[in-house]
Write a protein that binds this ligand. Sequence first.
Ligand code: NDP
Length: 434
Amino acid sequence: RAKNPNEPEFLQTATEVLNSLRPIVERHPEYQKAKLLERLTEPERIITFRVPWIDDKGEYQINRGFRVQFNSAIGPYKGGLRFHPTVNQSVMKFLGFEQIFKNSLTGLPIGGGKGGSDFDPKGKSDDEVMRFCQSFMTELYRHIGPDCDVPAGDIGVGGREIGYLYGQYKRITGQYCGVLTGKGLSYGGSLARTQATGYGVVYLANEVLSHKGKSFQGQKVIVSGSGNVAIYAAEKATELGAVVIAMCDSNGYIVDNNGVDVATIKEIKEVRRGRIREYVETHPQAEYHEGWQGIWTIPCDIALPCATQNEIDLDAAKSLLKNGCWMVTEGSNMPSTLEAMDAFAEAGILFVPSKAANAGGVAVSALEMSQNSLRLSWTFEEVDSRLKDIMSNIYKNMSAAAQEYGKTPEDYVLGANVAAFIKVADAMMAQGWV
Ligand code: NDP
């Protein structure tokens, strides 16, 4: 804590992970001797840089850029770029730290990293976003590469931004290579990458449900957010028979007891870049409420938080539990505060942590890297079927570790942390003092 002042998000994730790794480190004195946990919590490198750009009025703007290259023990750094006004070093380090474990769980050879900027793409013209992305990449390009660090999208960074970033990388380096993932299909992107995180969340939740003799059929589901992860989690849950009754953006939430029409949400958010309140214009039976936190007061069976960190605090958790929610599967990174996680654990509901549940996105990003290296494109069905297998393996590894080390076989938080840690720890031990 003394070493990382003013970094509450990073301390939150480090506390959660280190608490659950205690039993395994106690069984392995060699890890203690090698100061593995101290090394693991210190990023290999943090790059911070100035991003100057000119807005449409001809005025100069300055933002701050980041890339945290956290751990490369099992592969090149891999993790998204976030463009949002709340981005700072603490948020970057929390996301980079989580990424080490998430990437390890995929079973693919990718290390952990994260980056971004406090730039807000909302309300900016396409030209402004392009000029910002070009300036951002003009510094970032020297720190990344297809065998060293491969960024992707995250909040505020979708297909448009990745396109501008890729164009600038290519222009500076003259290299046409898999240096970014989430690319458009016409220039090296992978089918099913757009869907991967949201679908993966539901595939993993479905594995857990089926091992309990349950399914999504007929369950009332809340999906928070209405961005990339939320849209495809809602789409897949609906396909599996769930009724998605509510979604939100950072202004407010909609409730549609007939089941949210995901095609309309896609049209509003992906095509028009509009606000979720516009949903009720074409669906008058639905309600819109200002203030997104109210979404957690709606009774549901399953909650899929897919917006941002700490969106479920203790009050939200209590409200969910009081209203009968019996499963939470996390789509966004660290959506539940430590107090909310304790409340869920105490109530004994099914709780699947984000490190495992949202690993499908980065897994398909790694499959995009493989396709780029092979100079091949796989079909949607092929990528989707690999994604299903990866999520199923994550379930097996997470629940095996929970059974071996956890207090209960459903202690998926501990299971995910331990299963991910062992692979990274072994690689770090083998590579010596690096
Ligand atoms: P998007 O930018 O596509 O969507 C984010 C959604 O969350 C939007 O609806 C946004 O509302 C809402 N939101 C963002 N910040 C806040 C906030 N502070 N308060 C309330 N609502 C907010 O991002 P993604 O869907 O890509 O990412 C969502 C989460 O999933 C993040 O935690 C991300 O790290 C995680 N994730 C994403 C992956 C991916 O492949 N995209 C992979 C793994 C994890 P509004 O439109 O009003 O801003």
